[in-house]
Write a protein that binds this ligand. Structure first.
Ligand SMILES: [Mg+2]
Ligand SMILES: [Zn+2]
Length: 209
């Protein structure tokens, strides 16, 4: 089975611009291409999973997304990198009165769909993102998680305690790391893949209690 690194889009791979709809405004975060090349060289598929409630809110049409994702692919390709698949949720959050869906992170719908369509083993995959919903998505998919400090990451880091902040995750716990950016996150995954000593620290397990 294939393995993937699931990747949040806004604030993780590209600069976070709320309700981004213009391909010309896409900016890769520094080191992103290098990170994706490293992850691919480790044998991972790169799968972007992104919540785009701006579609449900009427901020931009769903038809704008292929242009945005095409632009991301183009910018990455210039540096010899790429994304294998983009998945997005066009729905709004239930807490804002929208009908619930199974694909809006933290629900695992996009991960499950990717696993079915691309033959991905979720238990041997990773998630990287900048928000609490990314962490909960990872937990719901059974993937270890790397929080990046780009985008909302620093706020997320302040708000969540790795030991008590996530009450709804599974009993098994989710392996949880923090990295400055996507490049550093790829470095952590590389270390984990090549076997690192737990004595070096740098990671913790989320305890559900
Ligand atoms: Mg984000
Ligand atoms: Zn959805």
């Amino acid at each position: 089975m294939a393995r993937a690194v699931f990747l949040d889009r806004d604030g993780t791979l590209i600069e976070n611009i709320p309700y981004l709809s213009d391909p010309a405004s896409v900016r890769l975060l520094p080191g992103s291409a290098e990170a994706l090349k490293k992850l691919r060289s480790l044998g991972f598929l790169i799968v972007v999973v992104t919540n785009q409630s701006g579609i449900a809110r009427g901020c931009f049409p769903e038809s704008a997304l292929p242009g945005i994702h095409g632009r991301i692919g183009e910018l990455l390709l210039r540096e010899g990198a790429g994304v294998d698949a983009f998945y997005y949720c066009p729905h709004g959050p239930a807490e804002d009165g929208f009908p619930g869906c199974r694909c809006r992170k933290p629900a695992p719908g996009m991960g499950i769909r990717a696993s079915e369509e691309l033959g991905i083993d979720l238990r041997n995959s990773w998630m990287i993102g900048d928000s609490p919903s990314d962490l909960r998505f990872a937990s719901n998919c059974g993937c270890p998680f790397v929080l990046v400090r780009t985008g909302w990451g620093k706020k997320t880091e302040r708000e969540i305690s790795p030991f008590t902040g996530i009450r709804e995750n599974e009993k098994s716990g989710t392996m949880f790391f923090i990295a400055d950016d996507l490049r550093a996150a790829a470095g952590i995954i590389e270390q984990a893949e090549t076997g690192f000593s737990t004595e070096r620290g740098g990671f913790s397990f989320i305890d559900p209690s």
